[in-house]
Design a protein around this ligand. Structure first.
Ligand SMILES: Nc1ncnc2c1ncn2[C@@H]1O[C@H](COP(=O)(O)OP(=O)(O)OP(=O)(O)O)[C@@H](O)[C@H]1O
Ligand SMILES: [Mg+2]
Length: 618
């Protein structure tokens, strides 16, 4: 399955039908707002159309009649008309901005709701930087379409047709005189679109590349600095910008030539009308008033044409934005709830894995092979084994971040796929290997941003886990910055442990990362885990075997298979994989399956056995 959305390569082929469907769907949600705007639009344009007629009346009947009162009245009407047009335009834009804003807000909500349903497989293929840029910039482009562009396009088309009809009505001959101008204009427009649109597409593509690339560089700023790669990054950025500039420069160049071409056509048409109309006036077939009216209308006729190039590029841009958004909205979550999922608020008996096989992609190797085990409520198990063995993958199945392909996972004897996400994720708690904290205070993070949880519950949890001392040193009011960068990994681990108890989830999965802790903090955490063992059902994924001696059962996983299972003493007595790991971590010499002959007497001194698993890999 491929979930990449809007990868750029496919952007040239805009699916106009899909884009149009999205645009229409969106407009339908705000039909009333747009209808009102359309009404204002008609008024604003109609008012504009009246002035040349007033000019004609003044010239043809008022001045010849020497009627000074009517002259004043018509002049005032001329000014009042402009004022009225301002008022209608004001109303129009306000109405459109309001409607457009509301529409974009609900579009963003729709996108966000959708993004939240998508699974981890989607996010592993679509970098967040690109996604958030998409949500921001593509909705921004659509906003432009719905407000500014849509209105001017309608206005222009409306005005163009109306002006043409009025001119035709007053003088067929003069109007026909303008006809040869239109094929020329069409040719210029066609040439412009043909030449410039690939350049616009190119510049947009580079733009997306720049955004995505910059996000990645800034996310990895530490690595960038540590390896002295800033200059390379800067020069790459410079090169991208150069390319973008070149594409845009050429597109703009075409734009200017186009504009000037059309610009030249206006005086030519005006001159033709002056000439031909002048002769008609001389022959008494045309009044001066109608001639002036024509000249005024020509200006109004050319205005929409001038804006045409702008419209075309905005329409292209917004349709490709709509296309990308509709593709994003079309992505189906790979892991779904059943139509009528069961809700549970607690687990009565326990969970069971039965011959579970799992892999991440259709043709990739199995990550879990035929795994079976069960865990009763109130008991605890530990899962240990080599790096990349499948421990985290196994735990992820309980949260249905991914689905397994064969076998079954049962919760109280019920197929896990029958349960609602809500129930699963409220009975199971997860303390991940790389803990993510949100910006806010430690207290807020302990409550997982749920302000309905009273402080006292947090205090109780801290007391139960014996972490009072720890949180005296690390005050609850302290502000955590983005990604929890101002805390050590060990501190984050402690916070995550306490959070699990505050949120009161019954079954906790602890994907340990104790290798990051100093002996003191490790003892604090181990102590906290020991206390948790008394209150909760625990699955501890152990990277450090010293922390799991007290669990009821230990599972050894290697290469996706369950190799051994039993208590600490049983496994040590069996002298298998676990026994090897254990001896290796406590600094004794062993021969292992994975490492082959590992150097004798690796001395991992005393308490500080940092990076236990790394040692095994070495
Ligand atoms: N999102 C993913 N997409 C594809 N493959 C993955 C994904 N996550 C993990 N894998 C692969 O699945 C295998 C098992 O990974 P897993 O994270 O379950 O290992 P682990 O036992 O938790 O390792 P560690 O002890 O290092 O945490 C690895 O080979 C890994 O490369
Ligand atoms: Mg893992």
């Amino acid at each position: 399955m491929h979930h990449g959305v809007g990868d750029g390569e496919k952007e040239e082929n805009i699916d106009y039908r899909a884009s149009f469907r999205l645009v229409r769907e969106l407009m339908r949600t705000r039909l009333g707002g747009f209808a009102l705007a359309f009404l204002f639009l008609i008024f604003a344009t109609a008012v504009n159309l009246v002035n040349p007629v007033i000019a004609k009346t003044i010239l043809d009947s008022v001045i010849p009649a020497h009627d000074s009162t009517r002259l004043v009245v018509y002049s005032v009407m001329y000014a009042a008309n402009i004022f009225l047009s301002l008022v209608f335009n004001y109303l129009l834009y306000i109405q459109l901005v309001k409607t457009g804003q509301k529409l974009i807000v609900s579009l963003k909500k729709k996108l966000l709701d959708h993004l939240f349903t998508l699974g981890m497989d989607f996010y592993s293929e679509n970098p967040v930087g690109k996604l958030s840029a998409r949500v921001q910039s593509d909705t921004g482009t659509l906003y432009e379409l719905f407000t500014e562009t849509a209105v001017t396009i309608f206005k222009d088309i409306f005005m163009f047709i109306a002006v043409f009809v009025i001119m035709f009505f007053y003088n067929r001959e003069l109007t026909m005189l303008l006809m040869p101008v239109f094929p020329v204009i069409l040719l210029i427009v066609w040439l412009f679109v043909k030449l410039s649109s690939p350049l616009f597409v190119k510049s947009r593509k580079i733009m997306a590349e720049i955004t995505g690339w910059l996000t990645e560089q800034l996310n990895g700023i530490e690595v960038l600095q540590a390896y002295n790669r800033e200059e390379n990054a800067a020069s790459h950025m410079h090169e991208l910008n150069e390319r973008k500039f070149r594409a845009e420069y050429h597109a703009e160049l075409y734009g200017v030539v186009f504009f000037l071409g059309i610009f030249a056509l206006q005086p030519v048409s005006t001159a033709a009308v002056f000439g031909a109309g002048g002769i008609q006036v001389l022959h008494g077939k045309l009044t001066v008033g109608v001639l002036i009216m024509f000249i005024l209308y020509i200006t109004q006729l050319f205005e929409p044409i001038f804006r045409f190039s702008e419209h075309i590029s905005i329409i292209q841009r917004s349709f490709s934005a709509a296309h990308r958004l509709s593709r994003l909205l079309d992505v189906k979550p790979s892991v779904c709830e059943v139509p009528e999922p069961c809700d549970i608020d607690s687990i009565k008996k326990g969970i069971e894995f039965r011959n579970v096989w799992m892999r991440y992609r259709e043709n990739s190797p199995w990550v879990l092979r035929n795994i079976s085990f069960s865990l009763e409520k109130g008991h605890s198990i530990a899962i240990a084994g080599e790096t990349g063995g499948g421990k985290t993958s196994l735990a992820n199945l309980l949260f249905r971040f991914y689905d397994f392909q064969k076998g079954s996972v049962l919760v109280d004897g019920m197929d896990i796929r029958q349960l609602s996400f809500r129930s699963l994720r409220s009975v199971f708690g997860l303390i991940q290997q790389d803990i993510y904290l949100f910006p806010g205070t430690i207290m807020e993070n302990l409550k997982m941003m749920d302000s309905s949880i009273p402080d006292s519950r947090v205090m109780d949890a801290i007391k139960i886990m014996g972490l009072e001392g720890f949180f005296r040193k690390l005050p609850l009011s302290m502000t955590v910055v983005e990604k929890g960068q101002n805390l050590s990994i060990g501190e984050k681990q402690v916070i995550a442990l306490a959070r699990a108890l505050v949120l009161d989830q019954e079954f906790l999965v602890l994907d340990e990362a104790t290798s990051h802790m100093d002996p003191y903090t490790e003892r604090v955490v181990t102590g906290a885990v020991q206390r948790l063992l008394k209150h909760k059902t625990l699955i501890i994924i152990a990277h450090r075997l010293s922390t799991i001696r007290n669990v009821d059962r230990i599972l050894m996983i290697s290469g996706g298979e369950l190799k051994e299972s039993g208590t600490h003493d049983e496994l040590i007595a069996a002298g298998g994989l676990y026994a090897d790991y254990y001896r290796l971590q406590s600094g004794m010499s062993v021969k292992t399956e994975i490492g082959g002959n590992i150097e004798e007497n690796i001395n991992i001194s005393g308490e500080n056995m940092a990076g236990g698993t790394d040692e095994i890999r070495a």
